[in-house]
Each structure stands twice: as structure tokens, then as C-alpha cells.
Design a protein around this ligand. Structure first.
Ligand code: DX5
Ligand code: ZN
Length: 216
């Protein structure tokens, strides 16, 4: 299994202090920063777009793991690449041409991730998994931070890990030190956590513990 990467979701940060919050997380041990992009169509919420990534990029050198919860994900590839995004993860439910989209993302110079909602069967990505850099298995319905972890999504992680031992598999939604063992044992190695890191008394200690549990 690839090594652990801990990616705090800045959706739970103070947006008015975004650059400071991002650099605080990096100082506390974050490997990646998870950026939740929502368009009010694919999910019932609005967050940030490429202009914010671009502004942030001037102050943050870390790997920006962008999770696009949007319709027409093809539309924003070039903007995100120019803005300085490192990874562009689109939802498999939002496109009919995932292979073409992966190719477009790679040509734009970013890593390509493919996300799967809780009710989407994981076998939908088997045919394209060797082309992607990461698969994001959602463990809540996308749209909001602070929701309850859906343990019934864990078998999807296990099935994917059995078939793709070297793939980065990311879990996102409701992750905490209480349920991380389930996700890690199933084979997840990229851990997104918003509430449980930003609300922790000691975020650095929480990030360290997440990493230890995944690498155990
Ligand atoms: C939900 C987002 C998540 C969310 C995670 O749609 O994709 O990244 O911010 O936040 P927590 O860890 O609070 O569930
Ligand atoms: Zn996310």
C-alpha cells in the first residue's frame, strides 16, 4: 500500500484567513491540502473556484488536492491548471467521458483523480483505474463538512485495494481518530479530514495520529 498522506479539508478552516490556515496545517504536518470546489448544481452548496486557488498559490507551496463537486468538470481544467492546482479530482457521476477527461487533466499538467459518491458502485472505475492517479471514495454524501462517516462505504475501499495495490485511495467525509482504523484496514492511504483536524485541540497531534494509524 502507498504511504499515508494526510489532507486537511480547508472547508473547515477560517476562510477569511485561508493562506494562514493552509500554512498552519502544513506546519502541523499536513502532506496535502484538500480544496472542496462546489458549484451549487452537482451538490447543493457553493464554495470556491479557480480564482481562490490562484490567489492562494501565491502564498502556499503545498500540494493542492482539488475536489471538484461540479457538473461539467471538463470546463474548469485549464483554469485550475493555470491557477496552480496540483490534483484535479472529478466525479465519475458528472461525466460520460472519464478517460478523455483524465487525458485532458494530464495534458494540462495536473494529477487526475476520480471520485465516487456513496451510492455509486466502485466497479464503475475498474476499467479506468490504471489511468488515474487517485480514486476518492466518498464516505459521506458530498456537499457539506461535518457529516457522519458512512461505514457502509468501506467495503468499496477494500474491493478497490485488492485490485489496485499501488493506487492512491483517498477517503473523504466524517473521518476521525475513532473511525480511521476501519478505512485504513480496508486500504485507504490518503485521508481527508476537515472537522476532526480543525476542531481538534491539537491539530498537529491529530495529524500525527492519523498518519501512524494509516502506516501501521
Ligand atoms: C464534503 C467534502 C469534504 C468535507 C470533509 O462534500 O468533500 O472534503 O469537507 O469534511 P469533514 O471531515 O468535516 O467531513
Ligand atoms: Zn472533499
Amino acid at each position: 500500500m502507498p504511504v499515508a498522506k494526510i489532507a486537511p479539508s480547508v472547508l473547515s478552516s477560517d476562510f477569511a484567513q485561508l493562506a494562514t490556515e493552509c500554512n498552519r496545517m502544513v506546519k502541523d504536518g499536513a502532506d496535502w491540502l484538500h480544496m472542496d470546489v462546489m458549484d451549487g448544481h452537482f451538490v447543493p452548496n457553493l464554495t470556491i473556484g479557480a480564482p481562490i486557488i490562484k490567489a492562494l498559490r501565491k502564498h502556499v507551496t503545498a500540494f493542492l488536492d482539488c475536489h471538484l463537486m461540479v457538473d461539467n468538470p471538463e470546463k474548469w481544467v485549464d483554469d485550475f491548471a493555470k491557477a496552480g492546482a496540483s490534483m484535479y479530482t472529478f466525479h465519475i457521476e458528472a461525466t460520460d467521458q472519464p478517460l478523455e477527461l483524465i487525458d485532458k487533466i494530464h495534458k494540462a499538467g495536473m494529477k487526475a483523480g476520480v471520485a465516487v459518491k456513496p451510492n455509486t458502485p466502485i466497479d464503475k472505475v475498474y476499467d479506468i483505474a490504471d489511468k488515474m492517479d487517485m480514486c476518492l471514495v466518498m464516505t459521506v454524501e458530498p456537499g457539506f463538512g461535518g457529516q457522519k462517516f458512512m461505514a457502509n462505504c468501506v467495503p468499496k475501499v477494500k474491493a478497490l485495494r485488492e485490485r489496485f495495490p499501488n493506487l492512491d485511495i483517498e477517503v473523504d467525509g466524517g473521518l476521525s481518530l475513532e473511525n480511521i482504523d476501519q478505512a485504513a484496514e480496508a486500504g485507504a492511504n490518503v485521508i481527508v479530514a476537515g472537522t476532526s483536524i480543525f476542531n481538534a485541540e491539537d491539530p498537529k497531534d491529530t495529524i500525527t495520529k492519523f498518519r501512524e494509524k494509516v502506516n501501521a
